[in-house]
Each structure stands twice: as structure tokens, then as C-alpha cells.
Write a protein that binds this ligand. Sequence first.
Ligand SMILES: Nc1ncnc2c1ncn2[C@@H]1O[C@H](COP(=O)(O)OP(=O)(O)O)[C@@H](O)[C@H]1O
Ligand SMILES: [Mg+2]
Length: 395
Amino acid sequence: MQNWLPSPYRPGNGIDPPYLGDREEQIEAVRAFLKDAHNPRNVLITGLRGVGKTVLLNHLQGEAEGLGWLVIDREFSEPDVEPLAFANALLTDVNRALRRLSLSTRLKDRAANLLQAAIDVVGALTVSYGEFKVSVDTRRRRPGPHRRLDDDLKEAFTHIGELCRKSEYRGIVLRYDEFHVIREHPGSPTLSALLSATSAVQQHGLPLMLMLCGLPPVVDNLARSKSYSERMFTTLVLGNLRPPEDRAALVDPATRLGRRFADEVVDAVMIDSGGYPFFIQVYGDALWNGSHGETIQIADLRRLRPRILATLDAGFFRARYVRASPNERKLMRNIASFGESATIEQLQEASGRRNNEIQPTISALIAKGLVYRPERARIGFTAPMFGAFLQRTPD
Ligand SMILES: Nc1ncnc2c1ncn2[C@@H]1O[C@H](COP(=O)(O)OP(=O)(O)O)[C@@H](O)[C@H]1O
Ligand SMILES: [Mg+2]
């Protein structure tokens, strides 16, 4: 029996897949932006959990760095939504950028004064936002008590942008993942400050670019904080992999290591996964590890599928299910009785409740990312095979 190399598949969170399927369009588009630093553009990546947002973001980061941009990256989390924490995060990032720039020999030679001036200004800003963790060598003190975050950011971004221009960097990219957690706080601007500062420095042609990434609510959060945000961003909406790239994502990594899948296996995995990138990795990994032949056969899939589903049930599906309240679970079960989606009319019949009674539950489920509206008056599960999971799982 031949010993195959370890599985090339990468089920997980933000882990680079062995074959990046169906993302060439998006990469092409952003590459064009990155080549034109005089006309800075912003990118917003959105889509449901597990469609490959972080993976794409990482690739774009690589493209940006390859083209000479200075990339500052961050993954936001719930505590960062507090205005002070948000301000701190951004000013910390400006400082990180400054530190990287201060290593630039070109800047040291040609603009040492400018660099020190920027360090003084930005350092003073950061200190003024309290409990700041990075030590900054600043000669200036807090610049007055009633500064606003948008003014401060604008000042900091302007310095960074100008320094980038004089350095060997083409510009700076702020690469922010999980950005859907950031919402505007009434009374203390956070998001709107970032957007207005960015827009102001971009209007002066300074090479600063935002690359934001998050679950679908990110779109609304941005729009609500600044009405012009939709004009500021090119939005890349990611979905499941489309044929033939869905098949390639499964087949290609195996081929490269000398194995193949019988066509029926590929067909069946495409049906189960719906082209959902995370599931393609899960199936590929289980099939690779659980079989021995050079060709992975349909008998292998039949044998392994119950175990794959049991693992998904206990982890992936269960984790989603427990996020729903008892009332929300009932509605999801109503949907599941019709398959992977149901019309509002069907749900009214199945639940015996009126439209205005079920709408709040639907809104709550949408906010939790468990269901979405694939078309008018229809509700579907955001995860493939979630309906089938509910049907095989008692309460
Ligand atoms: N374009 C792709 N082709 C194949 N697999 C992918 C692709 N994008 C992501 N994946 C895989 O899908 C899973 C989820 O990716 P991730 O970027 O974490 O999703 P998200 O950030 O949208 O939740 C990972 O296992 C990753 O390797
Ligand atoms: Mg992610």
C-alpha cells in the first residue's frame, strides 16, 4: 500500500487553502487599485462566515506588499467597539506605521526632520487617548483637551501619507478584519471619524488605502456612519465557489500530489458542500485521510460521509444552533421542514403565526448570521445543509 503525503486540505479559520478557487476577479480588481497610488481606493470585503474573506484579505495583503505598500493589519473584536478602544487601536496602528517608516533609510537621509515631527505629533495624540500600551518617544504633550478623533486621525494620516511618499513605500494600507464589530457610537464618533479622515487625506491624493473585511452587517454599519461611505468603497461580495472553480478547489490539490477523485465523488461533494469553501476543505481532508487508493472512490465517500457529518454536527452546525433562542430555533425548524429555505407564506402556515409575528424572529436570526433572504419573501439558511442537520437532529 502506498503512503500518501499528508492531506493538503486546510479546513479552518483564515488558513490558506491549497488551491484558491474563484477569486481571480477580485484579486485583479484590487491589483489595479494598488498600481495606482495617486488615486487611492478603498476595498470592502464581505460575505458569510467561512466563504473565504480572511483568506482573500491575506492574499490582497501579499499583493499590496509585493507592490511596495506598507500594510498595517489588525483583527478587530467586540471590545474594540468602545470609542476609546477604537481610537487607541487606530492610533496604535498609525504608530506601528511610523515605526516601520522610521527604518526607511531614504527617510532618514532625506526627511529626518519630517519623521521626528510626525513622531512627536502622533505620539502626543496617542498618549492623549489614555491607557496607551506602546511607548512613544514624543516631545510634545497632549494637544488640548477637546480634540476630536476625526481631526486627530486626519493629522496622523496626513503625516503618514506624506512620509510614505518620501520613503520607498508606495503608500499605506490599513487592513482590518472582523470589522463588522465596529459600529458608530452616538455622541462619540468612531467609524465616521475613520471615514472622514480617510476621505480627507485621499482628497489630497495621499496614498492611504483602507481594506476592510467583515460579515454582511459591516455594509450597513458603514453606511449608517457616513452617507458617502458607499461611494468610498469598492465592495467585493464573496460567495460560494462557482463551477468549475468549486471542483478545482477539491480536485487540484489531490492531483498535484498524485491522487484523484472519481467523478461521482466530486459530484457528490459539490452537492453536499454547495461550493462552500470551508466544507470543500473538510470533505477533501476527510476523504484524503480516510482512504488509501490512488483514486478516491464513491465507496470511500459512502463509508466516510456519516463520520464527516457527525463531526460537522457536533462542531460547525451545533455551534450555530446554540446561538439561537428557543423561539428562533422553532422558526429554523419550520424552515427546515421545507428543506434549505422556505417562503414567508410557508412559514406562516407551518408556525400558525402571522407575518408581523414572525418578522422580528427572522430579523433576529439574520442579525445572528443564521439565515438570510435569498430572494423576496424567502428565508434560507446561511450554511449549506443546515436544514438537513436540523432534520436529523432532535431538539
Ligand atoms: N477561494 C477558496 N478556495 C478554496 N478554499 C478556500 C477559499 N477561501 C477560503 N477557503 C477555505 O475556507 C475556509 C474558511 O476561510 P476563511 O477565510 O476563514 O473564511 P471567512 O474569513 O470568510 O470566515 C478555510 O478552511 C479556507 O482554507
Ligand atoms: Mg474571517
